[in-house]
Ligand binder design. Sequence first.
Ligand code: ZN
Length: 675
Amino acid sequence: MPARRPLPRELQPTTHVKNEWNNAHAAACADDLALRVYSSRLLGSNPSLVLHGGGNTSVKMQSENIFGETEDILHVKASGWDLGTIQPAGFAPLRMAHLMRLAQLPELSDTAMVRELRACLTNPASPDPSVEAILHALLPHKFVDHTHADAVIAVCNSTNGEEQIRKVYGNSLVIVPYVMPGFLLAKACALEFQKHAGAHTIGMLLMHHGIFSFAATAEESYNRMITLVSLAEDHLKRNQAWVIPATETIELSAVSPSRTDLATLRSEVSAAAGFPLLMSTHTNPVSLNFARRPDIAHLAGQGCATPDHVIRTKRLPMLGRTVEQYAATYKSYFAAHAPTAGASLTMLDPAPRIVLDQQFGMCALGRTAADCNIASEIYDHTIEIILRAHALGGWQALPAADLFAIEYWELEQAKLLRAGLPKVFAGEVALITGSASGIGLACTNAMLAQGAAVAGLDRAFQTTENNYKGSLLQLTCDVTDAAAIDASLTETVRAFGGVDMLILNAGVFPASRRIAETPDSEWDATMRINLDANLRLLREVYPMLRLSPRGGRVVIVGSRNVPAPGPGAAAYSASKAALTQLARVAALEWGSDSIRVNTVHPDSVFDTGIWTDAVLTARAAAYNLSVEDYKRRNVLRTEVHSTDVAAVVTALCSPAFAKTTGAQIPIDGGNERVI
Ligand code: ZN
């Protein structure tokens, strides 16, 4: 059986926000920028304060320029950096004098603002500064911290939110009504700050958006942020709006979405999007309780918790599996709001990124596994925020027009354009057997590099750590164990939503032996792994391949021994020949399902697990060759590597071979007996 793993991600209960300041750590910081990094990381590593780029911080310092003059510099978080892991290079250094002049302009378009901010940089190699840079510059404090804290958003987005905020914070905060981020928000904040800031002001609250704290030191600004957020949490607690009781007790074992149902949903959503999307499924008590609430349409049908989430989750989740209806509603939303944008807009795809379903719980969709993770994490928090605001008197999101303005903001649209074309297998899933070494490992790396999410099956992995941000699922699985295959497929579909490409690579090459000396046990074991396991995999994966948005693809790793067998490898050659025949029949049977099945016949790939030194020496001896000559005994006199095989396997899965099925391709450097 595969090793037990926790569910993809259960929603952890949130605790009262903790003050994590550590004097020893702070004392080790060499300067103000190091302190800025330290306290930014404290904020960024608490998901109830900051989620996926959802906050920013700054520090005002002085430094000497190339002429020996002292300049005031604002170091503000740059886009593309995460507060939780930020480094000094993640703060863009901007000349304050230029920023303050920009702030005096009566108006400035967002595109012009981004260009001007770049022109203020003292280091042209720096990434783009936060679009809230001018706002940071205008606040007259050395350290400025900004978060989208859940508790604050919950109070803001409840009925009479502003009134409640005033009650909670008194005159400690300057309160700014909602304005879209950018130049106008900076101007509005400066105006409100001048009018209302007083001796007791320790922060500023942007309605429906987030909260700022500021102070002369990093520690005080951080402490103030914690205090301000705790006040909102206390308000929720006092009003029985903190711990939200479940509406029903759910026995998780009674809810188990079928693989085909999940793959069907992913297929339909991908069709609505016009391109393949991955889908992660989070069937847990919190999401099920939320999806099953009688008032779910009212609660989930209003909008995001804070505007920048719209890019990740879209304005609304889809309720149930009504994909066509969702897409139609999205198109009407675009048609209703696009004319007010003042620019000609291109509609984004009308497919949902979050699905709430009474059987599935929550599903998150995206073109990469990282996108799915971000969307699901944001929505986990959104559920909590909605329920708390609801308990506080009524959940009220920003109007659709404001969220539309962010979704189609020129800066966001420009970001999409800059991102360029997606990778060839973006949004697709490859399942690869024998993925821990040799050809399987090379195929895994090639698939990941070309944008696929990969479920890799093997009996053991050398390391379970990987840097693929959830794109690689390593499943410990013996392919001859039917129950283990079943569990691995379920886990794959729960993580990614389906299987588009099946690479059957796992195999054994028994020690060289003549037919007269081949025992039944060795013959049977070879057939079980090289043949029987693959029949089972083909059969079990078929329902998912049929549902693949671009048509399923199977690549079978055969062997040169199929067209040109050698003596002493009867079991191996026979098993691979039977497997090749199986692939040919699959190509015939599944063509009408748009599933392509092709076979590669590698030869002499010596960087694989099969080729131990002992096997290599024995095979070389069988041909009366040295090991070196044996490795290059082909027409091209070349060595064949695992990566060469992986290149052909991925090409066979790519659109280049869209019209090819039932083919057998040698990867052997040319073999006279095959040619
Ligand atoms: Zn913000």
